[in-house]
Write a protein that binds this ligand. Structure first.
Ligand code: ZN
Length: 242
């Protein structure tokens, strides 16, 4: 099964459309959370996502913030401002979609979470020590995560005491070896200084990971953000990839 793995769309419709087109026909779409937040088109992103074949989407911290007042305290003032803007324009169907997202799923023997297996919504998995600890919190061979917006593959083979870290080569298929925690990077707000949208294609039979990057019309998204009055820093970071 050819599965599109995406994460952290962040209401960037242009980036999402570009990724969907670039990926071509797929059998399923697994989204690792944060469909909304930061960007100008939360409703449209949710609508487009819902149209995708065999689509599942996990609850991200921004998705949670859209629906729950308490979550807002965990964000900085700029992020809070854009969340408040989003809450005003979100349609009832969008709220319903966000509110019904699972925190964790197992699909075809793969665990899906936004943050980490240990803390599905909030933990940032950035280093090998945290990754090592997290291998104890899921039982499947593979776990796909988002949240950091950084494409990375943590691996731990039998007998290893510490997880290893690698960045899968772009535009190349990698055969996955058990066990691994993998992040496809971010569709709508990459933070690895490469502003191109990131995603991956996962073949559930061959167990291959095909990590990809694609350019999209960043200026269109920026113009829409400007129009919506969203924070300048969030507009600027898109072109720098930070
Ligand atoms: Zn995010």
């Amino acid at each position: 099964m050819r599965t599109l793995i995406i994460s952290d769309i962040h209401a960037n419709l242009v980036a999402l459309e570009t990724v969907l087109e670039h990926a071509g026909e797929v059998d399923a779409v697994w989204c690792l959370g944060d469909v909304v937040g930061y960007g100008p088109n939360p409703n449209e992103c949710i609508e487009l996502l819902k149209e995708q074949p065999n689509m599942v989407s996990i609850m991200g911290n921004h998705d949670a913030a859209a629906i729950d007042e308490l979550e807002l305290n965990t964000f900085n003032p700029e992020a809070r401002r854009s969340i408040e803007w989003m809450r005003e324009i979100l349609k009832a169907e969008s709220y319903e979609f966000l509110g019904s997202r699972p925190r964790q799923l197992v699909m075809e023997g793969v665990t899906l979470v936004h943050g980490s297996p240990r803390q599905p919504i909030y933990e940032y998995l950035l280093d090998t020590r945290a990754a090592t600890e997290n291998f104890e919190y899921f039982t499947t061979d593979f776990c796909f995560i988002g949240h950091t917006h950084l494409p990375v593959l943590f691996y731990m083979e039998p007998g290893d005491y510490l997880a290893g870290l690698t960045i899968p080569p772009i535009q190349q298929k990698t055969r996955l070896k058990p066990r691994a925690i993998i992040n496809p990077g971010s569709v709508g707000q990459p933070r690895d200084r490469d502003p191109r949208a990131a995603y991956a294609l996962f073949d559930t039979t061959e167990q291959t990971w095909h990590y990809k990057r694609v350019e999209y019309e960043i200026t269109t998204t920026q113009e829409r953000m400007q129009k919506a009055g969203l924070p300048e820093r969030h507009i600027l970071r898109l072109e720098g990839g930070w």
